[in-house]
Design a protein around this ligand. Structure first.
Ligand code: ADP
Ligand code: MG
Length: 596
């Protein structure tokens, strides 16, 4: 069996590893360095340059040097993703492309250049061809972003055996030598471009993710942008792209220095119009700029605790991952949120890649006695009567999993059903994302007689497959929701916030819709019953039923769930005797036909 490599394809830095003699080992490049900047420079002549050499070109030729491309992978143009020094292309609603040296590239093509370099380094070091890989992604990546990452691997000539969530990988790295333990841990991963927070339960080799949350657009890049803005203001503004790129380079260096020092001196000779720029940035100044950004992680931590129904004190450890967690302010904030000092035992740059390598080892059989159970970050379901979303897989469900439900026809003689697949946390279809739709044909049947089974399957990579089957004829359709949703994190976040905000309203709307469906079923039934057995009632009873019918009709027009529910219940009560008479009549007739 060939080697499977583990790859952390980061926004800022990427790493590659392989199992050696039963241990996960990260592989260094020709210069002996394990961390490869995820930067691709396109020179005037010759092929693309990747890594440190490309990183040095950021300030020199910013327009032709692509960095942080992970921010655009699987995304569509028009969603603001923050400024970069290179150009973006692609019409609104189309996949984003990046421009360098007059050519356009998809983000997965640029990522593939990074993957190719890692692959070449690993092949050089180990002397064997590498064709299979495990690649990590932020836990909060949606279907489109996962699929695009897989494509990047394929473009680099790799068979992507598994996509693993980054915090889960970090937990594997932490837990591998604690396989006998039982522990609940949180993994707080703040990198250059993304923030992820997950809570896992480790139980004798079983790694179960309890809940996950995060923001794929929150990280060190935002802090860099804040410092650059601050420095540009001090420099007096009006700076060109080259000057901005130099400021960014200086800002990052100062930010790193301030993780250990109290102040950092920034000196840029010949900055603008021959004048040099100099400023001493203090830690206090930096923290003032960074605090609002780091503060944004707090709400996600709260939510993941709520979702896993845990109090901070019930956690055994909070593990820090991602280069940005080296900042003392981040550590202080984590300590405050979770009420304990964070665990810094893992190398924050390497834990995710080590975990990817362990997962590769699990797949190849090199690592045994480890089971990984991950979760899906958003609810999935289909549209049902009355514009309601019927959740089939709730968010934070353990994957891989299959779950199905039976549906029926709303109309007699209906020949097909539109299956509309939705993702999101709201009650009403219109508030969620439509991630795909298809028709299933079935045999015409009276209302409520058709039986259509809909099954959702989320594979181990977090990708959704939908199957619909007419259980009578066995006719079925399987649809892979490949590049299904493409939603921004602002949208995900907004969705979660709104689902809380509107929970009451939504419940009310759902209750109204349900009561309305009941009323619409009852009114014609009562009418028919009155025709058939009305003569057996006295005048008072008939008048009472008529009044109740009128009240239900009025309530339908007015809206408001409690009012309609009450009216429906009153009509139900008023027609009890009528229903009993109907049943009696039917029995008598049945006996009559029986001839007794
Ligand atoms: P990614 O997962 O996005 O590739 P990393 O985990 O490699 O990111 O983290 C990169 C981020 O960490 C960058 O924003 C970088 O500036 C920041 N970083 C790295 N080292 C330090 C440090 N010593 N102090 C503060 N921030 C750091
Ligand atoms: Mg990372």
């Amino acid at each position: 069996m060939s080697v499977i490599v583990g790859i952390d394809l980061g926004t800022t830095n990427s790493l590659i590893g392989a199992m050696e003699a039963g241990f996960p080992v990260l592989i260094a490049d020709a210069d002996g360095v394990r961390l490869t900047p995820s930067v691709v420079h396109f020179p005037k002549g010759g092929g693309p340059v990747v890594g440190r050499a490309a990183s040095r070109m950021r300030a020199v030729e910013p327009a032709d040097t692509i960095y942080s491309v992970k921010r655009f992978i699987g995304r569509r143009a028009g969603e603001e993703a923050g400024a970069v020094d290179y150009r973006l292309a692609g019409g609104r609603g189309e996949p984003v492309r990046v421009v360098a040296r007059g050519r356009t590239f998809s983000p997965e093509e640029v990522s593939a250049f990074v993957l190719q370099k890692l692959r070449a380094d690993a092949e050089g070091a180990l002397g064997v061809p590498m064709t299979r890989a495990v690649i990590t992604v932020p836990a909060y990546f949606n279907d489109a972003q996962r699929s695009a990452t897989k494509r990047a691997g394929e473009l680099a000539g790799l068979v992507v055996e598994r996509i693993v969530n980054e915090p889960t990988a970090a937990a594997l790295a932490y837990g591998l030598d604690r396989l006998k333990d039982r522990a609940r841990i949180a993994v707080y991963d703040l990198g250059g471009g993304t923030f992820d927070i997950s809570i896992l339960e480790l139980n004798k080799g079983v790694f179960q993710v309890l809940a996950t949350n995060g923001d794929t657009r929150l990280g060190g890049d935002d802090i860099d942008a804040a410092i650059v803005g601050h420095l540009a203001e001090i420099a007096g503004g009006g700076l060109d792209a080259g000057a901005m790129a130099r400021l960014r380079e200086a800002a990052i260096a100062a930010k790193h220095a301030l993780s250990t020092d109290g102040e950092a001196r920034i000196e840029l000779p010949f900055f603008t119009m021959g004048k040099s720029f100099s400023h001493v940035l203090t830690r206090v100044e930096l923290e003032t700029l960074a605090r609002p950004i780091v503060e944004r992680t707090r709400a996600h931590c709260r939510r993941v605790l709520a979702d896993s129904q845990l109090q901070p004190r019930e956690l055994d450890e909070v593990i820090l991952v991602g280069g940005q967690t080296r900042m003392p302010l981040v550590r202080a904030m984590v300590a405050e949120i979770f009420g304990r000092e964070a665990n810094t035992s893992q190398n924050p740059d390497e834990a995710v890649a080590i975990g990817a390598t362990i997962q590769a080892g699990i797949l190849s059989g090199a690592v045994q006695n480890v089971v990984l159970l991950d979760v899906t970050p958003l609810s999935l379901g289909i549209e049902t009567f009355g514009g309601l979303m019927n959740v089939i897989i709730p968010r934070n469900s353990t994957i891989p999993l299959k779950r199905g439900e039976l549906f029926t026809n709303a109309v007699t003689g209906q020949r097909s059903m539109l299956i509309r697949v939705l993702q999101g946390e709201r009650e009403l279809v219109k508030d969620n994302w439509d991630i795909g739709r298809f028709e299933l044909e079935f045999e015409p049947a009276p209302k409520g007689q058709a039986r259509v089974g809909v099954q959702f399957e989320i594979d181990a990579n977090g990708i959704l497959h939908v199957l619909a089957r007419d259980t009578k004829t066995g006719a079925e359709k399987v649809v892979k929701m490949a590049s299904a949703v493409d939603v921004s994190d602002e949208a995900v976040e907004k969705m979660l916030e709104e689902s809380l905000e509107h929970a009451f309203e939504d419940m009310n709307e759902r209750a109204f819709t349900e009561a309305k469906l009941k009323a619409e079923e009852m009114l014609p039934a009562v009418r028919t019953a009155l025709e058939q057995a009305g003569a057996d009632l006295d005048d008072d009873e008939r008048a009472m039923i008529a009044a109740r019918v009128a009240d239900v009709e009025a309530a339908l027009g007015e809206g408001g769930a409690p009012r309609l529910k009450k009216a429906v219940a009153a009509l139900d009560a008023a027609t009890q005797r009528l229903a009993a008479i109907l049943v009696e009549n039917a029995m008598r007739q049945g006996r009559g036909r029986g001839g007794s």
